[in-house]
Design a protein around this ligand. Structure first.
Ligand SMILES: [Zn+2]
Length: 108
């Protein structure tokens, strides 16, 4: 079994609280529930200052998501939050132009 990735809500609780609210406002009730259980698989890694995006599923980077994919853009008060969802599963959270996120747990 692969090493367990931490829950995003343990690492970035404020982010998950905000995403839950925004998803409920968009009428995305299922995603609002799913987002509580997504795991922090990795960071975007692009190195851009404005980008704090995170990967929440194992998916080969640079590869298309395929037919079940949809983008769910949200409207936060600052910056942009966009979810990449495949067949109801949150794969990636785009976090652009946002204030620095505070990590609750150190990464082991
Ligand atoms: Zn990036």
């Amino acid at each position: 079994m692969e090493q367990e990735h931490p829950l995003v809500r343990d690492v970035f609780p404020d982010l998950v609280a905000e995403l839950t609210t925004l998803l409920e406002e968009e009428g995305e009730r299922e995603l609002a529930i799913c987002v509580r259980d997504v795991r922090l698989v990795g960071e975007c890694g692009c190195g851009d200052d404005f980008c704090q995006s995170i990967r929440t599923a194992d998916h080969p980077q640079g590869q298309p998501y395929g037919p079940g994919h949809r983008c769910v853009p949200l409207m936060p008060s600052k910056g942009m939050l966009i979810l990449d969802v495949v067949d109801g599963r949150i794969m990636y959270i785009e976090i652009i132009d946002r204030p620095p996120m505070h990590r609750r747990m150190a990464q082991s």
